[in-house]
Design a protein around this ligand. Sequence first.
Ligand code: SIN
Length: 358
Amino acid sequence: MSLIPSIPENTPHILVFGMGGTIAGLAPNPEETPLQYQAGQVGVDALVSHIQSAIPGGIQLVSQQLANINSRNLLDADLTLLGQSVKEALVDDAVKGIVITHGTDTIEETGLFLQAICGKLAHTQAKRVILTGAMLPSNALGADGPSNLLDALRWASTSIENCPGGIYAVMDGRGCMAMDLAKRHATALNAPLQNSPSSSVGLINPSWLSGVKAVQHAWNEDLPIPQEGEWPWVEILTSHAGARPETVAQWLKSDVQGLVVAGSGQGGFHDAWAEPFKKAMAQGIALVRTTRTGAGTTLPNIPELDAPGCRASGVLSAPRARIALQLALNAAKQSNLAGKPLTWQDFFARIADLPEIR
Ligand code: SIN
């Protein structure tokens, strides 16, 4: 851990965790080809030092590098480490807020993960955890990382009127609940929250805020973090024209524990997959249906009836549904070991049935 500047122990501070991403990226030839770059090259200390002079007086910062990767390579173990680090920080009296610099490619997964494992804790501790990233590498002309980081630090540290403790994300001057992140554009500066319910970081939108409060009221209990090596194996399969039964059948020979179907339209899948899915469920493989369209809700029993081993994803996209299913399978296993058995569907429903912010 490094201190910027060095501060005595127990000094109130904002903790900045570095995970890598484009915000920490470097382009060899930034003027000619800024989008040809490597993510995860610059340390989080340097990112914070770079904006030090713009940080409002009185805010002390401490930074800690947890990973420095391109987030497309994010591992279960990285999430375990991040989750444990955030939970520890939330109960540390000296930490007043937490900012996480992260690659945007899989920030959607990390946002849902953090809400599910410590959304309640952040709320009860009245601390904000803010994910942020960038679409341009740190040495590109007009790099968006510094302003995103500054906004995130302000959001984490200032008393934004009535904005409760919780897990949020900030990009391009807007904030949203981290569980609503969804990168749906390859290059736009607001890609991760372009289609998400959000508010300007400067002026909190009251109707967005009342949606946040409804979600927080409904989120009653954080789920356990799977330990490294104990994450259930869950894959995403996209249904498409010309789908073949073999695509599903091959998973029946593996140790996969769950399949998320990114279905067409309202979450339907090709008829060729019906038989192998029946076999998968008979083998105890959990099945979640969602839509590949990128928006909208996947409802139970639409467009076909759901068998008992299958659940609709609600508003969860395929990447979010995958994390939710991993956490639900893990929580069901823990609850069985503790002698209070609940099913994966019970835990999955807690996430998938949260109120939707409009
Ligand atoms: C990454 O996700 O690490 C690279 C892309 C980005 O941060 O925008």
